[in-house]
Design a protein around this ligand. Structure first.
Ligand SMILES: Cc1cc2nc3c(=O)[nH]c(=O)nc-3n(C[C@H](O)[C@H](O)[C@H](O)COP(=O)(O)O)c2cc1C
Length: 354
């Protein structure tokens, strides 16, 4: 295939962030060609009986979504659905523009099919993202917007800043995610503490006039006690949990390759995030919708997450290594596996391996 033979070797030779910028620029330009979004829409995933999912009041044509971080600046919302994604999660978007950490800050571990990143939410800020989404028009698949926090936000202002960011972006997202789990913004993961998170969710709820689903994104590094509290908070105050973010641990990564500060994603994260999904499903008795992310490369990986309790699945690193054909291929593989295993649809498989 053209991607495997030509583009992948070229992109993998470039600095990871430069490669990502090159891809983003190409896709953004494609999206801006007059009339192009309507053409891309024709390639977007259509609901199929075996793959369609209903979750937190939304309908998804398939459960394979784009994880946050790939389209941080909301530039590709009308072109990415053409890759076959069942939904997109854009962001993380912060209230004010910021540069993020110094480069280099994204590192590939090709032998492990992994990435370590410490980007620290570089981005154009909420107003610029809202303007882009207004210009782009409605995506043919559900769009989530993931909200982060500026590095200079004092902890006590976190509730207001999440709420303000939500307010600016509210018209453009079908669902929202409060990200309290990126390891690259100092103090962010401490916002997973129960009282702090409740205050954030209360502040966001005060701005949520249309009652859009608001989920929380958590870290696979939380303690069992911390997870119990997060699940309790989610049960009463959130529409679901995105499980999860990158890990600061280094499972299955040789010390020489793992000796880089940042969050690890990709294959080595797979089992850790599946276990997180399973724990949430058990703790909540299946009452909290779970969006799983971490090491999804194949339909088998997606089914593993679904059987552990996820109703939706996302990928980022799998897209880096498997290429633009990944979402469509994973959805097709999942449909085949569901059929082979006697599942009529995704929902009948959720939690069957928990
Ligand atoms: C380069 C990079 C940047 C990321 N940026 C964000 C981000 O801004 N917000 C967020 O919630 N997650 C971010 N993530 C985490 C992913 O959304 C996802 O949770 C994690 O990578 C696990 O999925 P994967 O193994 O399929 O990559 C990022 C991941 C990578 C690799």
């Amino acid at each position: 295939m053209l991607y495997e033979r030509v583009f992948k070797p070229l992109l993998l030779r470039m600095d990871p962030e430069r490669a990502h910028e090159t891809v983003t620029t190409a896709l953004k330009l494609a999206q801006e060609i007059p009339g192009a979004p309507a053409v891309f829409d024709r390639y977007a995933a259509k609901p199929e009986p075996r793959l369609s999912v209903k979750a937190f009041g939304l309908k998804f044509p398939n459960p394979i979504g784009l994880a946050a971080g790939f389209d941080k600046n909301c530039r590709m919302s009308r072109v990415l659905p053409a890759l076959g994604f069942g939904f997109l999660e854009l962001g993380s978007v912060t209230l004010r523009p910021q540069k993020g950490n110094v480069r280099p800050r994204v590192f590939r571990l090709p032998e492990q099919s992994a990435v370590i990143n410490r980007q620290g939410f570089p981005g154009a800020g909420a107003r610029a993202c809202a303007a882009r989404l207004a210009r782009a028009g409605k995506s043919p698949v559900p769009v989530g917007i993931n909200i982060g926090l500026n590095a200079d936000c004092p902890p006590e202002r976190a509730p207001q800043e999440y709420a303000q960011t939500f307010k600016i972006l509210e018209p453009y997202g079908d669902y929202f995610v409060v990200n309290v789990s990126s390891p690259n913004t100092e103090g962010l993961r401490e916002l997973q503490e129960r009282r702090k998170l409740e205050k954030i969710l209360e502040a966001v709820r005060a701005e949520n006039k249309a009652g859009k689903p608001v989920l929380i994104k958590i870290s696979p590094d939380v303690s069992d006690a911390g997870l119990f509290a997060l699940v309790e908070t989610a049960k009463s105050q959130a529409a679901g949990i995105v499980a999860g973010n990158t890990t600061v641990s280094r499972p299955g990564v040789p010390a020489s390759a793992g000796d880089v500060r940042g969050g690890l994603s990709g294959k080595p994260l797979r089992a850790l995030s599946t276990n997180l999904v399973r724990k949430i499903f058990r703790l909540s008795g299946g009452a909290v919708p779970v969006v799983a992310a971490g090491g999804v490369f194949t339909g088998g990986d997606a089914l593993e997450k679904i059987r552990a309790g996820a109703c939706l699945v996302q990928l980022y690193t799998g897209l880096v290594y498997r290429g633009p054909g990944a979402p469509r291929a994973i959805a097709r593989e999942l449909a085949e596996l569901l059929a082979q295993n006697g599942f009529a649809g995704v929902s009948s498989a959720v939690g069957t391996g928990a």
